[in-house]
Ligand binder design. Structure first.
Ligand code: PSU
Ligand code: MN
Length: 311
């Protein structure tokens, strides 16, 4: 597996030594996905949601060129509050390290670093995926190819409806990434409960997900990622009409302003947050907190299996 020069936060270092359950968390949602100043409060709440399950949170990011697994509160504050924090996918990590940059890790980069640190479970909001118009722009998130080669379970609320959801699911199939619905056969659409696409597999409990992860190792099929798609309850989703209107406006603005590349996801998220009067932000926060709690439960269940099999 890829090696990284990692500095561990104190709590994470202790947890690794003691074999306690750990959940990786990304920093791009904090630096680029959520507006200030809510982002810092939410980042702390996400860690708290993991702790409440008995697992240890490990938020991953880069501070002055140093890759940190388990950012402390000062480092988290810095990545949440300062300008010029880079958005780092896997290909950016070495450049940012060599130039001493501050950076927030995406799902792709967080997965790679977490797996290298021996962390098997990761919670985020939504995955990147295939963008609409990808047939012309080739804009497909590196999250997909990173998950094809990274052994990690990622708890998310599917992919945002700002993407081409059907194409994203097709790519995940081609890339050999396992997709599990959590108590559903309907792939969630992030802000909305159901993207309209169905899933082959539904799992019912954190223990069952831990059993899937163990079976991957038993069968030698653990090279790639597992997506645990955890939908919002219908009564907590963003109003679908508001969602559709906001999305149509956002896509129009994006093409008017010529937004492309890695700016697309932050642009559309910020459009949602500013034009729904806070409704999409509240939904986004609920999604992340629920995913963090489920990831904690999965990590705890996985650790319990290891304890039992060890004796
Ligand atoms: N989904 C969200 N909020 C986010 C992201 C995804 O709800 O901020 C971030 C994640 O870090 C993800 C990245 O890895 O956006 C995908 O960006 P891109 O499409 O440029 O690969
Ligand atoms: Mn992209």
């Amino acid at each position: 597996m890829t090696k990284f020069n990692i500095r561990y936060g104190a709590e994470v270092a202790d947890a690794r030594r003691d074999g306690r359950p750990i959940v990786a968390l990304e920093s791009t949602i904090v630096s680029h996905g959520l507006p200030r100043p809510d982002n810092l409060r939410v980042a702390r709440e996400i860690e708290q949601a993991v702790r409440s399950t008995g697992a240890v949170p490990a938020t991953i990011g880069m501070v002055e060129g140093e890759l940190v697994v388990g950012l402390d509160d000062n480092q988290l504050t810095r990545l949440a509050s300062t300008d010029g924090v880079a958005k780092l996918s896997v290909r950016d990590l070495a450049v940012a390290a060599a130039t001493g940059a501050d950076g927030a890790t995406t799902v792709a980069a967080t997965s790679a670093v977490a797996a290298a640190a021996g962390i098997g479970v990761f919670a985020t909001g939504g995955l990147g995926g295939v963008h609409r118009e990808a047939a012309q722009t080739f804009d497909e998130s590196a999250d997909l190819t990173a998950l094809a080669r990274t052994p990690i379970a990622v708890v998310c609320a599917g992919v945002k409806s700002i993407l081409d959801v059907g194409a994203t699911l097709e790519r995940l199939e081609t890339l050999g990434v396992t997709v599990l619905g959590y108590r559903t056969h309907h792939f969630p659409g992030f802000f909305i409960t159901d993207s309209g696409f169905t899933l082959d597999w539904s799992v019912e409990t954190p223990e069952q997900i831990a059993a899937v992860l163990a079976a991957r190792a038993d069968h030698g099929v653990q090279a790639g990622g597992v997506i645990v798609a955890n939908p919002l309850p219908v009564d907590e989703q963003l109003d679908p009409d508001l969602h559709d209107r906001t999305l149509a406006d956002g896509l129009a603005l994006m093409s008017r302003d010529g937004v492309t590349g890695k700016a697309v996801t932050p642009f559309l998220l910020s459009h949602f947050h500013s034009s729904t009067g806070g409704a999409s932000l509240a939904v986004n926060v609920r999604i992340i907190l629920r995913n963090a709690a489920l990831a904690g439960q999965i990590a705890v269940a996985a650790a319990a299996r290891t304890d039992t099999s060890a004796g």
